[in-house]
Design a protein. Structure first.
Length: 227
């Protein structure tokens, strides 16, 4: 059973904007812009399982040199993940091809994985919506990965936007955006984000109680992220 003080449990109680504000206050960089929520209208949070894709030719050459068998992209990540996991895929080859698709969605759904985030394009989005599986990505395509892109590695460092993401880091994503948190800083970021949420709740209560918005915002909001 997940403990209430578990970082993933605490992260799920927050939203991406509060966590982004906490990173600002701590002078950390982790908010990735431009990733759209394409399936499932809900927030996701969890620990990152990373996947790095490359051109099929590059991967074939690397596998031949190392005598490694070919494997379908993202399959190993699904097998290694569970309910507290979010799979994050880097596909920055410039080749138009899906980095995630329908059978992968089904495999991830069956393992109760929280969702997938792709620094690239995805396909079979109607299936993801049918399964109510959360997908965040740069955009959509119909083009298959076959013969175009392949998996270069799982549990390796990747880049999303201009953010270095490591396997085991934390992430929260909702309709406002995607925010990554380094594993080594999660306790600190959660503490600050929870303080921000509490202060904003107090401000909302003051507004509902009839206090003027100029007074509430002027006295609190502009100074909220000061160190």
């Amino acid at each position: 059973m997940t403990h209430p003080s578990d970082p993933v449990t605490r992260l799920r109680r927050l939203d991406a904007c509060a966590v982004s504000d906490a990173l600002d206050k701590l002078q950390l960089h982790g908010a990735a812009g431009g990733l759209r929520q394409l399936a499932a209208e809900r927030r996701i949070a969890g620990r990152v399982t990373t996947v790095k894709l490359a051109s099929a030719a590059e991967v074939q050459a690397a596998q031949a040199h190392a005598a490694q068998p070919a494997r379908h992209l993202c399959a190993a990540a699904i097998e290694a993940s569970g309910p507290d996991s979010v799979i994050v895929v880097e596909q920055r080859t410039g080749i138009e091809a899906g980095s995630w698709g329908g059978l992968l969605t089904l495999g991830a759904k069956l393992r109760h994985i929280a969702g997938v985030i792709s620094e690239g394009l995805v396909r079979d989005i109607d299936e993801a919506r049918q399964y109510d599986f959360a997908v965040f990505a740069r955009g959509l395509t119909t083009r298959t990965a076959r013969g175009r892109v392949a998996e270069l590695g799982t549990h390796v460092d990747i880049v999303v936007g201009d953010i270095l993401v490591r396997d085991g880091d934390y992430v929260i994503a909702d309709n406002s955006g995607v925010v990554f948190i380094p594993a080594a800083r999660i306790a600190e970021v959660l503490g600050v984000a929870e303080q921000i949420v509490a202060r904003e709740a107090a401000m909302a209560k003051a507004l509902l109680g009839g206090q003027a918005i100029t007074q509430v915002m002027g006295a609190n909001y502009e100074h909220m992220l000061e160190r």
